[in-house]
Design a protein around this ligand. Structure first.
Ligand code: ZN
Length: 433
């Protein structure tokens, strides 16, 4: 495809006008004027009234939780998790997780997300949905350990992780990567944390974990682990041998950020989820200043309740100012890096995340001929502060059009919705009877 005369976000996160051409899975032309032999790009896309940006990354999600969207609201975190979420999740299986994952992916593509980092169970169902839909994903199979005695060998995860890596890691032309999971400091134990870190290093895969989501988690860990924060506790067990995505990090401290920077740990900030569950505000500006690779995630649909990444990005940019009292905190260019290149980097995708020749053709076009995007003094500012997720009109992954002008090219949306609704209602009914 050749995007002609279009405003696009360059690799300095400034908007310039020009031409962007893709051939196969790659961007092969970026320039101010029409390229030679323009027919080699195939379709000519009229860029008038559109903005082209690199695809965005949702770096912390639990996709099958679309089944729980709107199911339990207005409860304390403990009550919500133990009395509503866990009993509902007990009833999910692969058959139910599959359409729910497709629904989550449809929603993400609709909002310009090209890659997701997903932590959950039912990996076969999720992989099927990822393979069919065309999205990029780093997927980990959840591990939950509630005592100090259980070893990694005693969980089903050791074998499951081995098999997932053998059969699925770096497959689908690199679209799918397997990560290893530790749920959190409080749903694991030291020997499992150490063993999973070793296993990840042995098989060359990344890791994904929740860190310091609530003040209680952070302070309880310090009490239990001789004053170590969750981050320091993981570091003491040599868990961060491979690049890691750490979700939330709301209560992390400067010493933790040092570890993140040195050990290649990316932070996934989840502003909507953190506010909804009254967990607090992550120190985004401070972590960026400390050189941490900050990214953005929506978390699951039960605690957000959407996968509209631009909405979370708006919150991230504003909260950083409101919570710090510094109106200059987190500039639009920084926020756009958080949503794109930083997300790609967190997934170990050095060939993604910017509009440059040689990079993967992961591209998103937005309609800017809408009242809330006009007038334009600085389009990057409008993108962060004014754009709506629904302004996205085109989502391309590895050169393939997956969503365009209301149509999904790889997902039967009606079916994903009706199956998810049916399974969700079945589970809710079985719990209320
Ligand atoms: Zn989470």
């Amino acid at each position: 495809m050749l995007f002609a005369n279009i405003d696009y976000l360059n690799n300095s996160f400034e908007v310039v006008r020009g031409y962007v051409g893709t051939e196969g899975a790659l961007i092969t032309y970026v320039g101010a004027s029409t390229p030679e032999n323009p027919e080699r790009f195939g379709e000519l896309y009229n860029g008038r009234g559109k903005l082209l940006i690199p695809g965005m990354y949702n770096t912390h999600a639990h996709m099958p939780m679309t089944l729980l969207r709107g199911y339990a609201e207005g409860l304390t975190l403990q009550d919500w998790l133990f009395n509503k979420i866990f009993p509902f999740e007990d009833k999910i299986d692969d058959e139910k997780a599959y359409p729910a994952t497709l629904l989550a992916i449809a929603e993400m593509l609709r909002f310009g997300v090209v890659g997701v980092t997903d932590m959950y169970f039912f990996s076969e169902a999720r992989i099927r949905a990822i393979a069919e839909s065309g999205i990029k994903a780093n997927l980990c199979d959840g591990i939950m350990v509630f005592d100090e005695e259980t070893t990694y060998e005693q969980t089903h995860n050791l074998k499951a992780n081995e098999r997932l890596v053998r059969e699925h890691h770096d497959t689908l032309d690199g679209r799918l990567k397997i990560d290893f999971n530790i749920h959190s400091e409080y749903i694991s134990n030291p020997q499992v944390v150490r063993a999973v870190g070793e296993h990840a290093a042995a098989l060359g895969v990344q890791t994904h974990v929740h860190i310091s989501e609530t003040t209680r988690e952070h302070e309880d860990c310090k009490q239990r682990r001789g004053g170590l924060t969750p981050t320091q506790y993981f570091e003491s067990l040599d868990f961060f041998r491979m690049p890691c995505t750490a979700a939330h990090c709301v209560w992390t401290e400067p010493a933790d950020w040092e570890i993140f920077r040195e050990r290649n740990v990316s932070v996934s900030c989840n502003p909507a989820s953190n506010m909804k569950l009254a967990s607090g505000f992550a120190p985004v500006a401070e972590m960026l200043d400390a050189g941490v690779n900050v990214t953005i995630g929506t978390d699951g649909a039960a605690s957000n309740n959407s996968h509209n990444i631009l909405k979370d990005l708006y919150l991230l940019a504003l909260l950083s100012k409101g919570a710090s009292g510094d109106a200059t905190a987190v500039k639009p260019q920084q926020a756009l890096a958080v949503a794109t290149i930083n997300g790609a980097r967190s997934q170990g995708r050095s060939d993604c995340g910017t509009i440059e020749v040689g990079k993967r053709a992961d591209l998103v076009a937005l309609d800017i001929c809408v009242p809330w995007m006009q007038p334009i003094h600085n389009l990057a500012n409008n993108l962060v502060y004014s754009a709506q997720g629904t302004d996205v009109v085109l989502t391309i992954v590895d050169g393939a059009v997956l969503y365009r002008d209301g149509n999904y090219l790889t997902i039967d949306l009606e079916r994903a919705i009706s199956d998810t609704k049916r399974f969700s209602a079945e589970i809710a009914a079985s719990l209320s009877s």
